[in-house]
Design a protein around this ligand. Structure first.
Ligand code: ATP
Ligand code: MG
Length: 528
């Protein structure tokens, strides 16, 4: 069984503090702690399961659908050892999603637990490439290999497959904020080695991780962001803290941050919004010293509330499944709230126009990464089996992100919106995020989504979908709308105020918690 280590003191060489590699808790008193040595032994055993009973060859693809349990971390490492191309997916996939992923990826195997086994069985007949099913469970199931049994009996020595830096390591599905998720292929270099050897300064300064840190990244196991709780932490010798947390739960987060010596915390804006909204009257996070956010823009108001409460800044980072960290607010740098910070070392980030020309500071355009003459090492290889879509990401000398933004005179980047989300009203271009950030400053607003809505005179106008805090729900909607409009006119340039407003109980979001503005926008325009 897992050996329990203590986090104080030094190891036998007297150098590194004895932080475990993995510290997992389930919230009900169960805990697992693995030292780096144990992780080594167990992942070699797991690698033998993959190349033995599962007959996986270097380059074969495998779908991994597991909740936040230690085996997910183990299997990630085992896949790297065997050269297996890992395709992580979230637990919240439906049968249709699983079928789509299995068919699209032609995965040779699937690894999951009891909760999804029957979902897999319901679609497997239509997945010709599927050769094995591996169950991570205490029990057994007909037609499934038992990971637990196989792991127990597997030898603990294993020879790593000889992979090249450009060989595929993983295929991450994008979040699907704008459409069907895209299969994004990364090589051993672009994610693993890129994060470990080439971008350590980004990790060290954005997440500020060292070997004495205990790092909690709340990302679901289904997204590229989860890979950060492998590469960024372990490349620095930091401990990965994991809370099983089936659903994001503010009380569970508060409890863990107070109870465990977590020093670095990384989450998504939607999570930070929930945390400040559900803040308990008293709660101290004694060990916490560094916070980061990524995935969506984080509202300055939320950063201010977090700081007033915890005394800590939120270091925002900007990246995509296709990239690693593109811009970040690095430790030691002045933080300009609302800005994504400065480019990560190793990326040459520019704002470009529709012809691929570089725009000067202050001009809004598309955020792009220079790929010619030399493509940076840590960009995705391709969208799997989609050369057209892959090609479409390059314009002139640049990889285009599909996001619009600008760079100020100090070299800080500011996110305006996804190219499709930017509103064009009577000649003005309006980024939804700025309006949403103005709205959230008002105490009545929990969160909002701002989209374009058709208008007979202006062509399009700004419309806000607003979630109100409980104490404001019963207010007169007309008056509430007027008050919020006046507030936005004062908080930002008046032409940006939402001419239309709708109060809703919740916003449509992706599984990873991102606001799906395009769903709201399409509804607006369909109605028209
Ligand atoms: P899809 O490509 O399937 O529509 P997605 O773009 O949301 O989904 P991800 O790769 O998970 O999939 O997310 C990357 C995108 O998230 C970026 O292109 C950007 O739009 C947004 N994003 C990430 N971090 C930030 C940030 N700090 N500020 C603003 N936007 C961000
Ligand atoms: Mg995208």
């Amino acid at each position: 069984g897992p050996q329990v280590l203590h986090d104080e003191g030094l190891n036998t060489e007297g150098k590194k503090p004895k932080t475990p590699a993995l510290w997992w808790v389930d919230g009900d008193g169960e805990e697992v702690k693995w030292s780096f040595e144990e992780l080594g032994v167990l992942s070699r055993k797991a690698a033998n399961v993959l190349s033995g009973a599962c007959s996986l060859q270097c380059g074969d693809r495998v779908l991994l659908l597991l909740p936040r349990i230690p085996e997910w971390w183990l299997l990630n490492v085992a896949c790297m050892r065997t050269g297996t191309v890992l395709i992580p997916g979230t637990q919240q996939l439906t049968a249709k999603d699983v079928l789509y992923r299995l068919q699209k990826s032609k995965a040779k195997g699937i690894i999951t637990d009891d909760s999804m086994a029957s979902t897999v069985e319901s679609v497997e007949a239509d997945c010709q490439s599927l050769k094995f099913k591996l169950l991570v469970s205490e029990g057994h199931r007909e037609g499934w290999l038992s990971f637990k049994d196989l792991l127990k009996n597997a030898p603990s020595d294993h020879q790593c497959a000889t992979t090249k830096s450009e060989h595929p390591m993983a295929i991450y599905f994008t979040s699907g904020t704008t459409g069907a998720p895209k299969m994004t292929e990364h090589s051993h270099c672009s994610y693993g080695y890129g994060l470990w050897a080439v971008l350590p300064s980004a990790i060290r300064y954005w997440l500020n991780l060292t070997s004495s840190d205990i790092y909690w990244n709340t990302s679901d196991t289904g997204w590229a962001k989860a890979a950060w709780s492998i590469f960024s932490a372990w490349s620095q010798g930091a401990c990965v803290f994991v809370h099983k947390m089936p659903q994001f739960s503010p009380p569970a987060v508060f409890e863990s941050l107070s109870r465990y010596p977590i020093t670095v915390f990384c989450s998504a804006p939607t999570a930070y919004r929930m945390l400040v909204q559900h803040r308990p009257p008293s709660c101290t996070f004694n060990s916490l010293r560094h916070c980061a956010s990524a995935g969506e823009p984080i509202n300055p108001e939320v950063m201010a509330e977090w700081k007033a409460w915890t005394g800590l800044d939120i270091h925002e980072g900007y990246g995509q499944t296709e990239t690693v960290l593109v811009c970040g607010n690095f430790k030691g740098m002045e933080i300009k709230p609302g800005s994504m910070g400065k480019p990560s070392p190793g990326y040459d980030v520019k704002i470009i126009d529709e012809n691929g020309n570089i725009l000067p500071p202050g001009k809004e355009g598309e955020i792009a990464i220079k790929v010619k003459p030399t493509r940076p090492l840590f960009l995705f290889t391709c969208y799997t089996d989609d050369p057209e879509k892959t090609k479409a990401t390059v314009r002139g000398d640049f990889y285009v992100t599909g996001d619009r933004g600008l760079m100020d005179e100090d070299g800080y980047f500011w996110f305006v919106g996804r190219a499709d989300d930017v509103i064009n009203s009577a000649g003005y271009r309006i980024g939804p995020f700025e309006v949403e950030s103005a709205l959230i400053e008002h105490p009545a607003v929990v969160e909002s989504a701002v989209v374009s809505s058709p208008d007979p005179i202006r062509g399009e106008v700004v419309k806000a979908f607003v979630v109100l805090t409980p104490s404001y729900i019963s207010h007169d909607p007309e008056k509430m709308m007027k008050e919020l409009q006046d507030h936005v006119k004062k908080a930002t340039a008046p032409y940006k105020y939402p001419r239309k407003m709708e109060f809703v109980r919740e916003l449509p979001k992706t599984i990873s918690g991102k606001i799906r503005r395009n769903e709201l926008r399409q509804k607006e325009w369909r109605r028209y």
